[in-house]
Design a binder for this molecule. Structure first.
Ligand SMILES: Nc1ncnc2c1ncn2[C@@H]1O[C@H](COP(=O)(O)OP(=O)(O)OP(=O)(O)O)[C@@H](O)[C@H]1O
Length: 555
């Protein structure tokens, strides 16, 4: 249209940096971060983040450089979510459960210039740098985070090799540093490697714009008003803590940081700080509902919990509500900045029986406000599947909260966006109300005698058995059926059962071909983001050999 202009008065690149700047004005003397006896206000957090950004530029960090962090959920990691982008750089949050070899692969691939290392993980980081040094001369500089709080609690923490220490680095920075804003809102703000559940981790690039939009979307979908109290039970290294470091800042909330997560810590901190919001994969919910009575404290106000990252069994949702938590179910991938859908709750469902409500809530729902569209499509024709709750297709996403692409991997990026949609690799059905329900990851689905078996469906039935703590189902190769369902089950402490009983329990509730034919009792291997590593279980099932060789092929 004639006469209209895009200029600095009406167009500013979106960036979550502005959330912090605003909160430092609006909520200046309110508490931003609590970590044991450490406390900051929003004014102090802005000042510390500016000092951090300034100090990084003094180290030679500039636009587009990667700055890595190997830190648990402590204040430094929260500050890096702002300080690094304020220096123009890209934040890479590394999984603290990686070993030196994996870390060296990610540091090489990302070309990180600096790495912030928690004192607990220094040996792992040094191991990674040693491996890197065999093939590269460009090694990241280490900034050691000594963590004052753990020094108080744990006693001796030293800095033997005199690495530059985090607080000393901040002291060198200027508090009046002029923040480097993104030149374009599509500029990268962070780099997140996927969990590596199904293959090697892939480097996913988030933009300032996407981070801004997803942060506001998670605030809205979790009903977060101003000044929430957020308990950090989601790892900030996973999809930037589902965008909550930025989202909580937008609302001037207080972050309660935790170095590690246990049932006791969760209940104690909820009670002590009157927590209003938290999040976690279904494994975290499982920790809560199975907490020993001595660790529990009554929940007498609404604590909103967002769950996602893996399918939450309806039984787990049911028990959480019984304890008084208000659970929101979201679904997404690293490639969608974490949460991308929400099982948006409708008031009329409140009147339904509790188990029906839990079944409804176990569905993954529809796109949140920040995402343009989600669909379940036939991968060949790209047509939407009918909303019949039966036809399975692939979940696909389109919108402003889908990644920019994979870091230094144009081929994989092109492949992921084939057909104009981001292809998730997840299989789902669509219900009559449009809500989607995940059935499996395409790599996990079992095909037995030509029939598809949703492992999520079988697992949710096993979960209902009173002795079962956790369950994962994989395909066991079979000469006759192709595959048969094989369940790996962890029992609750003090409980016992048999394979036959679990099989019968499933056969009473599922069509026979879906019920497991093998049951193994053991602890499930997990990624640090709480996902079961099914590839390890598949290897175990493969090693067992075919059942049909040994028994008559009768389902
Ligand atoms: N609410 C949910 N319900 C069911 N599954 C979920 C939910 N949220 C996430 N997931 C699963 O987690 C996957 C995304 O995981 P993430 O991006 O952390 O890494 P990953 O896919 O496990 O790792 P990799 O791609 O390296 O194998 C989704 O594709 C989906 O299978």
């Amino acid at each position: 249209m004639d006469g209209l202009v895009r200029c600095s008065a009406n167009y500013v690149p979106l960036s979550p940096i502005s959330f912090l700047e605003r909160s430092a004005m609006v909520y200046r003397d309110r508490c931003s971060i609590v970590y044991g006896s450490v406390r900051y206000t929003w004014r102090e957090t802005l000042e510390r983040c500016k000092r951090l950004a300034s100090a990084l530029t003094q180290l030679g960090i500039s636009y587009g450089d990667v700055v890595a962090a190997l830190l648990p959920n402590i204040p430094a990691l929260y500050e890096l979510h702002f300080g690094v982008p304020m220096s123009g750089a890209v934040l890479l949050t590394l999984n603290i459960r990686h070993d030196s070899t994996m870390l060296s692969v990610l540091l090489r691939h990302s070309e990180a210039k600096v790495i912030f290392v928690d004192f607990q993980f220094l040996d792992i980081a040094l191991g990674a740098i040693k491996i890197l040094s065999k093939t590269s001369t460009k090694l990241p500089s280490i900034i050691l985070v000594l963590d004052q709080q753990s020094m108080h609690v744990g006693g001796a923490v030293s800095n033997p090799s005199n690495y530059l220490e985090y607080e000393c680095l901040l002291a060198k920075g200027k508090s009046d540093f002029e923040v480097r804003r993104p030149k374009d809102e599509w500029d990268p703000i962070s780099l997140n490697y996927t969990s590596g559940t199904t293959s090697s981790p892939k480097g996913v690039v988030y933009s300032h714009r996407g981070a801004y939009l997803n942060s506001l979307a998670v605030v809205l979908l979790s009903d977060m008003g101003s000044t929430p109290v957020y308990l950090w039970t989601v790892p900030m290294f996973h999809c930037n803590g589902w965008c909550f470091p930025w989202g909580v800042a937008a609302q001037g909330g207080t972050s309660i940081c935790l170095r590690a997560v246990s049932a006791k810590d969760i209940f104690d901190n909820i009670a002590k700080y009157k927590v209003t919001h938290m999040g976690g994969a279904p494994t975290v919910l499982n920790i809560i509902i199975n907490a020993p009575p001595s660790d529990r404290k009554p929940i007498t106000w609404k604590v909103a919990v967002m769950t996602g990252g893996a399918p939450p069994p309806s039984q787990v949702l049911f028990k959480m509500e019984e304890l008084g938590f208000a659970v929101t179910h979201a679904y997404g991938l690293t490639e969608t900045y974490g949460p991308a859908t929400v099982c948006a709750w409708k008031p009329e469902w409140d009147l339904l029986p509790a188990d029906t409500r839990a079944n409804i809530k176990a569905r993954q729902g529809l796109n949140h406000l920040g995402l343009e569209e989600i669909d379940v499509k036939d991968v060949i024709t790209m047509k939407s599947v009918p909303p019949d709750a039966k036809t399975v297709g692939e979940v696909m996403f389109r919108g402003n909260t889908v990644m920019n692409g994979y870091w230094k991997d144009p081929k994989a990026t092109k492949e992921a966006f084939k057909g104009g949609w981001y292809r998730s690799g997840d299989l789902a059905v669509k219900h009559a109300d449009g809500y989607i329900e995940l059935k499996d990851r395409s790599k996990d689905i079992i095909i037995s005698g030509g029939e598809n078996i949703s492992t999520i469906e079988v697992e949710s039935v096993i979960f209902r058995h009173p002795a079962v703590l956790e369950a994962a189902v994989v395909g066991r190769p079979d000469v006759h059926w192709g595959e048969t369902p094989c369940a790996f089950v962890t029992l609750k402490s003090g409980h016992s059962t048999t394979s036959e009983e679990i099989i019968k329990f499933c056969r009473d509730r599922l069509t026979h071909y879906m019920a497991p034919r093998t049951v193994v009792f053991e602890d499930l291997p997990k990624t640090s983001t709480g996902k079961t590593q099914k590839f390890i279980l598949r290897e175990k099932a493969k090693a067992m050999g075919s059942l049909s060789n040994k028994t008559a092929s009768k389902l």
